[in-house]
Design a protein. Structure first.
Length: 652
């Protein structure tokens, strides 16, 4: 099935369940978007009534943030959008009429003209003052609304980290048809969205009131009532046409993917100016190649909607026809006033439609934000508390995996294939194996970043999903190489391991010492105290030490019963790595510990059980001695590492 975009390009409707989706080629972009039904007032009304409660809630919330600020701002808006334009029109028309009468009679009334002009100037000055005042009120109100939404969004994000917003889900569905999507996935769920939606709806409301006021004024005072009605009709043709025909991507969910090879290459070359490529480009001596590769950009062409544009000149046609048919019907002052108000009204209609589009695009995300808020205190998973009541689990978390298989969302390959495994409380488990064999995936399932596709994982006899997620998170500590430093002071970065003691210097100091290698501890700790800063200020190894220190701080809560350590030491020197593992082992009392590692020499000898994995399966399981005796895959890997050590030692 094919469809055509408004610029005439052909597209095809994708075969995805749910709302019909079409795909278009627009310039260098391939765009996937929802097929909109033909404009139907009934549908529009239905849509509007669905979002109306959200809109009311939004107004109520903004009002409750600061009632007086709200009222003053609304008053300023009413003046600015509704009263001032009609008053200005009246005053200008008065000036022009007095001048025209004076010119016709040959004796202009200087005093009357001065009074009329002065009044008009007064109105301009008053408006300017109100305008400035409105801006100030607006900034204050906007800050409050932003803060309110940031709070809602943050709470929503953290409570529903793993579940995408419904809108984002729709966009993700649109994206299924594209690979490597780069553009405009969300853009609509943004922190300021709440404010802009509110502001746009208020502004549009008062502007509509102002426009009606102006049209009524024109009908009654400038034209006869009958002429006024014709003028209003003539004037409305253009906005109605543009609202019916000019439907663009702005107010629809869409996904765009650049697919023009020249454009993509140019974008890639441009990206090479980022600091992260600096070293490679300089040492690789490819600067000249990059500069020569830049080619001119091609762009999308927009077709102008002729009928809509021409309709803009209909009011002018109206004066012209009137001048021919009824030359005495319109005075020059009336034509000048009409002309002035016509361009003002036309700009105003554009603004009203633009504002409505902002409201239409913004109200659904606002609704989603509110919906998230309702779910803030719910936990995913079940209602069982952990540790189970009456069983504090002094030794650590007992875990059983039975026939567990897992495929990452959107893939069919099994990252884990029918794993069965029993881990006793307090055991130290070391997982080894080739790249991509599924080691990290086990950790991701145990920390509930994902749920198994089939099979079951039980914790203390109950399904892992039956426990309150918050309780499980509280009882689990994960230390991987993917952690980031928070954009806070280094001290706080460690302290947040146990938020209840984030100010406790003694505990933080102790955790920092455990996270750092003993010899480097003093220097490292001094640095942590001094720096108030970002990740860029610390080296890769220091970042890993800080993250490790945060984990040791976490242990101080006493609640941690499972520790998952996944290659946290890639940037540490051998001494620091050995010390870190040593410190972690010393802290193992009361905790089940699972280590994923490639450099296992100093760990596996202490392990209660070693899992050796390959292609998503556990191919060997046992203690170091048992697996060495078996002379299988583990033994082979161990010997390779040991031989490398011995060779290095001999060379030294
Ligand atoms: N987010 C993901 N989406 C899709 N597939 C993934 C994802 N993460 C991992 N995989 C795939 O799952 C399989 C197991 O990956 P996993 O990271 O568990 O391996 P690993 O044994 O930890 O590897 P390594 O030793 O390289 O860290 C691999 O084939 C990998 O490509």
């Amino acid at each position: 099935m094919t469809s055509e975009s408004k610029d005439g390009s052909k597209g095809s409707t994708a075969d995805v369940a749910g709302p019909p989706i079409r795909s278009l080629q627009l310039g260098v972009y391939r765009v996937v978007t929802e097929v909109l039904p033909p404009l139907s007032l009934r549908e529009q009304w239905k849509k509007a009534s669905r979002v109306f409660p959200t809109f009311l809630r939004l107004v109520k919330d903004v009002y409750s943030l600061s009632p007086w600020l709200f009222f003053l701002w609304i008053l300023a808006q009413i003046w600015d959008s509704s009263i001032e334009p009609t008053l200005s029109l009246h005053l200008s028309s008065r000036v022009l009429n007095i001048i025209e009468t004076g010119l016709k009679s040959g004796s202009p009334d200087g005093a009357a003209i001065s009074r009329a002009v002065a009044l008009r100037m007064l109105c301009v000055v008053f408006s300017a003052v109100i305008d400035q005042w409105k801006d100030r009120l607006e900034y204050r109100l906007m800050d409050k609304v932003d803060l309110m939404f940031q709070r809602i969004i943050l709470r929503g994000r953290f409570s529903r980290f793993r579940r995408p917003l419904p809108l984002t889900a729709l966009l993700a569905k649109l994206a299924t048809d594209l690979t490597g999507v780069q553009a405009n996935l969300s853009g609509r769920v943004w922190e300021r969205g709440g404010w802009y939606t509110f502001d746009a709806s208020m502004d549009a409301t008062w502007k509509i009131a102002g426009t009606i006021g102006q049209l009524v004024y024109i009908s009654r005072n400038i034209l006869s009532t009958e002429h006024g009605a014709i003028f209003a009709l003539v004037f409305l043709v253009q906005p109605v046409l543009s609202s019916v025909f000019e439907r663009d991507l702005f107010n629809q969910p869409h996904v765009a993917q650049a697919n023009d090879p020249h454009f993509l290459r140019m974008r890639g070359l441009r990206a090479l100016s980022e600091p992260k490529y600096r070293q490679d480009i300089i040492t690789g001596d490819i600067v000249q190649h990059v500069i020569q590769g830049i080619i001119p950009e091609s762009g999308a062409v927009l077709l102008i909607h002729l009928a809509t544009r021409l309709a803009r000149d209909l009011p002018m046609l109206y004066y012209a026809v009137n001048a021919i048919i009824n030359p005495s019907g319109l005075s020059l002052a009336a034509i000048a006033t009409l002309h002035q108000s016509e361009s003002l009204l036309s700009w105003r209609f554009d603004t009203i439609f633009y504002r409505f589009r902002i409201v239409a695009a913004g109200i659904s995300p606002v609704k989603e934000m509110y919906d998230q808020e309702h779910t803030v205190h719910q936990t995913e998973g079940g209602d069982l508390p952990y540790p189970p009541l009456g069983r504090p689990h002094e030794h650590g978390m007992p875990i059983e995996l039975t026939n567990v298989s897992f495929s990452y969302p959107g893939t069919t390959a099994e990252a884990l294939d029918n794993i069965t495994l029993s881990i006793k409380p307090g055991q130290l488990v070391v997982v080894v194996g080739a790249n991509g064999s599924g080691k990290s995936t086990i950790v991701k399932l145990l920390t509930r970043l994902y749920d198994a596709t089939s099979g079951s994982i039980t914790v203390d006899g109950a399904d892992i999903q039956a426990y309150r997620l918050a309780d499980l998170r509280h009882a689990t500590a994960a230390l991987t190489q993917d952690h980031h430093l928070y954009p806070l002071s280094l001290r706080e970065n460690i302290g947040l391991g146990n938020p209840a003691h984030v100010q406790n210097m003694e505990m933080i100091q102790d955790a920092a010492r455990q996270g750092a290698q003993r010899r480097a501890a003093r220097r490292f700790w001094r640095k942590a105290l001094e720096k108030m800063t970002k990740e860029a200020d610390v080296s890769g190894g220091e970042r890993q030490r800080l993250v490790a220190a945060r984990t040791f701080m976490r242990f101080t809560s006493g609640a941690v019963k499972l520790v998952c350590v996944d290659e946290p030491s890639s940037n540490l020197d051998p001494d620091a790595e050995w010390q870190l593992f040593q410190n972690l082992r010393q802290a193992r009392d009361g905790k089940t510990m699972i280590f994923v590692t490639h450099r296992f020499a100093h760990l596996t000898k202490h392990a209660d059980v070693i899992l050796c994995m390959n292609e998503g399966k556990i191919i060997e399981m046992g203690t170091h001695e048992e697996l060495m005796e078996r002379d299988g895959e583990y033994c082979k890997m161990f010997k390779i590492q040991a031989a490398a050590f011995e060779e290095t030692a001999r060379e030294e």
